[in-house]
Design a protein around this ligand. Structure first.
Ligand code: GDP
Ligand code: IMO
Ligand code: MG
Length: 423
């Protein structure tokens, strides 16, 4: 039998590109959908039949009732938030217990990890990362320091292990003079979440995934965050704490690089970033406000304003290179329906010199060089075939394809499942 393959769908900018929507649209073509990195810092929105869901830890393939969904070893999971998320889905009629499988190797986010997240941010002052406050950094730090707790730990002598790590965190918080916190209620809910988690299929998901592949089944790896937030390749230190890029698919699921077939790189027809850190194409003017308002660019997890700007081809090309992107997916094109002109950053100018590489550090002297396109000035939602799109829009898409050398295979013109055009 022919071996199955893993296709990866990765955010290639600063996250919130629309991964949830497209994973949901793609799911019927796969047997398994798996998250390989991140945790409840993610907020993946799925809209269909007038319903809206925002998933954090649970893969976006969960709405197709005959598919297996996996939370892989590269993920971090907060039992209380997981319980809330799962119960919401169960209340909406989705039975998860049989088909949501969780890696025993995924790390647990403790209530004290969230306090540490706040404490480290407070200590950074103006240089704060602007994290989602979900304890992501401290949890991955404990993983790397080899002191973290994993999902598998809840199956044996858990109370003891939990108390030891909590005490360790409390000592750090004391040393940081960050003592004004109270996790009593949160901890109660968290421990309830641990109990709830025990009712799930906690397993060696890497063995399971490889068995599926051997059986000829195909897996869709759902990315979280985006390339520019990758711990190695993003705008460090203003990044998240996991490998959000294609390498993370291998380590976060336990599959080999030769098992990966397509790498879908998803981006918006403009750019956004939430949290601090360099964002060369950021617009501080009315256009930026319009993108935010029309695109509803407010964080799905924290409700914060997303910073908005034009597409940045320098960053896009960099992300395509890092991930080995084979196909592009362009989202939210409809947000610019009324724009007279649209701009795209093609290069940066640093100290009077042009460069087309994303630099080690983005200084104040870096300025994007833009190319301008006429807007299409019509409602893209009216079209169902690429050929019928207005010439101005096609020129914009095809320019991005020529510059990046990667085909734009899918265009999204609205948040609903149905508002998706495949070429
Ligand atoms: P993710 O984190 O990558 O899954 O993306 P988010 O869910 O955080 O943010 C994407 C937002 O854009 C959500 O509110 C989606 O409902 C919405 N969205 C997705 N695709 C489109 C589109 O083509 N047009 C419009 N207008 N909204 C979209
Ligand atoms: P999805 O999967 C957008 C950002 C935070 C912050 C930085 C570090 O929905 O695209 P963290 O809490 O991870 O330590 O925060 O990363 N960030 C995201 N931005 N989308 C996300 O996920 C994000 N997850 C984290 O805003 O700047
Ligand atoms: Mg999101």
């Amino acid at each position: 039998m022919k071996k199955g393959k893993v296709d990866a769908l990765l955010g290639i900018v600063f996250g919130d590109e629309g991964k949830g929507k497209v994973v949901d649209v793609f799911t019927p073509e796969y047997d398994v959908v798996a998250r390989f990195a991140g945790g409840p810092n993610a907020g993946h929105t799925i809209i269909f039949e007038g319903q809206k869901f925002v998933l954090r830890s649970i893969p976006s393939g969960i709405f197709a009732k005959d598919k297996v969904n996996i939370i892989g070893n590269g993920c971090v999971i907060a039992p209380d938030l997981f319980m809330a998320e799962a119960k919401e889905l169960e209340a909406a009629g989705y039975d998860l217990k049989e088909r949501l499988h969780i890696s025993k190797r995924a790390h647990l986010i403790l209530p004290t990890h969230r306090v540490l997240d706040r404490a480290y941010e407070a200590a950074k002052g103006k240089a704060k990362v602007g994290t989602t406050g979900k304890g992501i950094g401290p949890t991955y730090s404990d993983k790397a320091a080899r002191i973290g707790l994993r999902v598998g730990d809840i199956l044996d002598r858990f109370e003891e292990k939990y108390a030891a790590l909590k005490a360790r965190h409390e000592q750090i918080l004391k040393d940081l003079h960050y003592t004004d916190y109270d996790i009593t209620d949160e901890e109660k809910l968290w421990l309830e979440g641990v109990e709830y988690l025990r009712g799930f299929h906690l397993t060696d998901t890497e063995i399971e995934i490889n068995r599926y592949l051997k059986e000829g089944k195909n897996v869709l790896a759902e990315g979280a965050q985006g390339t520019m937030l990758d711990i190695d390749h993003g705008t460090y230190p203003f990044v998240s704490s996991s490998n959000t890029t294609s390498g993370g698919v291998c380590t976060g699921l336990g599959v080999g690089p030769t098992d990966i077939r397509e790498v879908f790189g998803i981006f918006k027809a403009y750019s956004t970033r939430v949290g601090s850190g360099p964002f060369p194409v950021e617009l501080f003017d009315e256009t930026g406000d319009t993108l935010r308002e029309v695109g509803h660019e407010y964080g799905a997890v924290t409700g914060r304003n997303r910073r908005c700007g034009w597409v940045d081809l320098v960053a896009l090309k960099y992300a395509i290179m890092i991930n080995g992107v084979t196909q592009l997916i362009m989202m939210k094109s409809d947000v610019m329906n009324d724009f007279e002109t649209i701009r795209v950053a093609t290069e940066y100018e640093v100290g009077g010199k042009r460069t087309s590489y994303f630099p080690y550090e983005v200084g104040d002297d870096l300025k994007p060089v833009y190319r301008e396109f006429p807007g299409w000035k019509c409602d893209l939602r009216a079209f169902t075939r690429y050929e019928d799109f207005p010439a101005e829009f096609k020129a914009y898409v095809e320019f991005i394809e020529r510059e990046t050398g990667v085909p734009v295979k899918i265009i999204s013109v609205g948040p609903d499942r149905g508002e998706t055009i495949v070429r």
